[in-house]
Ligand binder design. Sequence first.
Ligand code: BGC
Length: 449
Amino acid sequence: MSGFPADFLWGCATAAYQIEGAPKADGKGPSIWDRFVHTPGHLPEGETGDVACDHYHRFREDIALMKRLGMQAYRFSLSWARILPQGTGAVNAAGVAFYSNLIDALLANGIEPMVTLFHWDLPAALDDRGGWLNRESADWFAEYARVAFEAFDGRVKKWVTINEPWVVSDGGYLHGTIAPGHKNRFEAPIASHNLMRAHGAAVKAYREVGQHEIGLVVNIEPKYAASNANADVAATRRAAAYMNEQYLDPALLGSYPPELREVFNGAWPEWDRGDFELIRQPVDFIGVNYYTRSVTRHDDDAWFLKAAAVRQPLATYTETKWEVYPQGLTDTLLWVRERYGDVPLYITENGAAFFDPPVAEDGRVRDPLRTDYLKKHLLAVREAIAAGVDIRGYLVWSFMDNLEWTLGYAKRFGIVHVNFDSLERTPKDSAHWYSRVIASHGESLSERL
Ligand code: BGC
């Protein structure tokens, strides 16, 4: 017994802007990321997503490689502006055709598509209309979602509405670190709320036209208090409410955690009760993206949350300065069940950026730290399954090295190495290791590394 259910799905994940390139091909409209990366100072000098992995032109080669590695599922996102260049209104047939061909190629290779509708690349035309600050954004999103459902449902049986609304709001509207680059405490809760309304509107539209499964993907970073001191415990509560509960609570419980009023202080609006009916649509699954945890303490000098993360002296940290803490994944999965009940879960992202040596003369990329990371996190998933949590699949972030948003190309999360000059793909040792895990349905996890 491997400890994984018989129909557990093994696969990998990517997102459109991080891999596709071809920002103007075949009628695509600009997205906020096209704008953001071309504004000086946002990314390392000279880096953009204009070419990225050139997946737009190389998707068949990429799918062939996924098949060789034994992937059973592939989670990717649609670029909204490829399908609706203005965000609403006219549909771009060539954009629909690109994804249609991609989906057909996956199915022909026996790989199940999981499609994310929104992974951060809002059409620029919609940002010009206020983006996620405009209440109409829920209708725009439902209109776009309907086009995608009508074109692909049936061939696609697993849909994700929004990827990580917290990152969109926290990075895009509160701290200004990602597109659209606003830094405004008053905007952040409004953007979050409209993202959640958009999620609800898309799920509702799906029930009219779709036949299969739809869910929401959130990133959860469990918060552990640095000490038992009241101030640290309170800071930890604020951080958890802000990052983790702000999205799952309205989606699954129909309300916001009370701590958010304190967190946002005077910037917390009074919400229309009716909005929660829209947001709390029954979902078929929740996708959990897990990377790290945070040990939290009170910090008067910290803007906004008045909380700071405490560095763990004995821990391993990844290249993005995230602590490797597999136990946090088990804790997270148990916490989701405890707080929200028995909702089916997928691990929709998990992985790590480590320094990788270049491709060696023997063709190998030796990345033992990544393999170790993945192994420990898969064992953490197995532990949660043993405790009775309904976990249906695991998708590695990421299939290949790609544009790590504002960090550019230096932070490599792929299990497949990409040479960003030649665009050649080379599976790293971790990809070969994962391939054996999949082939043995998790049995090989019990072997020594
Ligand atoms: C995102 C990915 C990102 C990854 C690593 C997640 O927050 O969904 O797009 O590349 O984390 O930072």
